[in-house]
Design a protein around this ligand. Structure first.
Ligand code: NAP
Length: 277
């Protein structure tokens, strides 16, 4: 086993966060996990008395985050690894989906993650050591109709993650964007926000997408426990990647996207070059 570390993971009540917490605890790490209610906190702490430490935090409570992290640093110990996992999927055709849903999606998936990073960084920077994992999605590399706000938020987090990695690498801090494919978590079940339908013109495209996602929920290809083990491998690595895909579905779709994009860039190369000078 590698040296024991303290991980701070947002959103440990279910899915990836819970699986990573459990695998990390089993590997001898200490885990501070954030949840959103007292019952979830008690359930989390019961996983491993003293080693599983629960804290209440909604990542959109931006005013509270610095204080929660400072309290953890003071009372639990230095955070070696931050895992920005808390997030959810909004599903809805863009034209049908209110801007308020987009704001909420970005508040949780992007601003919440960045606010948590900003709270942890001063401590990691002082120590010249640390690792930040941002759970993005294959939807941060490829897009699908019906989840435009979600993809937008995950593309944003991928970009922020990569740029941040370049800023903090000289300070001894690594940043990894982890992009899972489809996994058996609560993502497409209780956690998903679905905007009600209102424009018949989108029925043909979108009705089968919504129905298909609902039917597949709980039967996806990916196993969150295996994702957790893969993340622990990255956490143990001396040279962690800036980007990591999880799942063969993510691998196939992202590779296809890269080759389609390259082909399109080549097709339009002359026009692209025509603007110099
Ligand atoms: P999940 O089982 O629904 O877990 C989501 C977790 O995030 C829950 O603990 C939830 O807490 C927490 N959360 C949601 N909003 C929050 C907020 N405002 N503040 C604090 N915590 C909040 O789904 P999951 O798949 O494990 O999701 C984890 C991450 O993986 C998300 O960022 C998701 O977008 C990403 N992801 C999932 C998949 C997939 O196929 N499952 C694929 C790619 C990426 P509550 O219990 O309080 O709601």
């Amino acid at each position: 086993m590698s040296a024991s570390k303290t991980l701070l993971i947002t959103g440990v009540s279910s899915g990836f966060g819970r699986a990573l917490a459990q695998e990390a605890l089993a590997a001898g790490h200490r885990v501070v996990g954030t949840v959103r209610n007292e019952q979830a906190r008690r359930e989390f702490e019961a996983l491993a008395a003293g080693e599983a430490v629960g804290r209440l935090l909604d990542v959109t409570d931006f005013e509270a985050i610095d204080g929660v992290v400072a309290e953890i640093e003071a009372n639990v110990g230095p955070v070696d690894v931050l895992v920005n996992n808390a997030g959810y999927g909004h599903e809805g055709v863009l034209e049908e989906s209110p801007l308020a849903e987009m704001r909420r999606q970005f508040d949780v998936n992007v601003f919440g993650a960045v606010a948590t990073i900003k709270a942890v960084l001063p401590h990691m920077r002082r120590r010249r050591r640390g690792h930040i994992l941002n759970i993005t999605s294959m939807g941060g590399h490829i897009t699908l109709p019906g989840i435009a706000y979600y993809c937008g938020s995950k593309f944003a987090l991928e970009g922020i993650s990569e740029a941040l990695g370049k800023e903090v690498k000289p300070l001894g801090i690594a940043v990894t964007a982890v992009a899972p494919g489809s996994f058996r978590t609560d993502w497409a079940g209780r956690s998903m926000v679905r905007t009600p339908r209102s424009i018949a013109d989108y029925d043909e495209l979108f009705a089968p997408i919504r129905e298909g996602r609902q039917q597949k929920s709980g039967k996806q290809l990916g196993d969150p426990v295996k994702a957790a083990r893969a993340m622990l491998q990255v956490i143990d690595s001396d040279s962690p990647p800036a980007h990591l895909l999880l799942g063969s579905d993510a691998l196939g779709l992202v590779r296809q996207q890269i080759s389609d994009l390259t082909a399109e860039i080549d097709r339009w190369e002359k026009t692209t070059r025509s603007t110099d000078g």
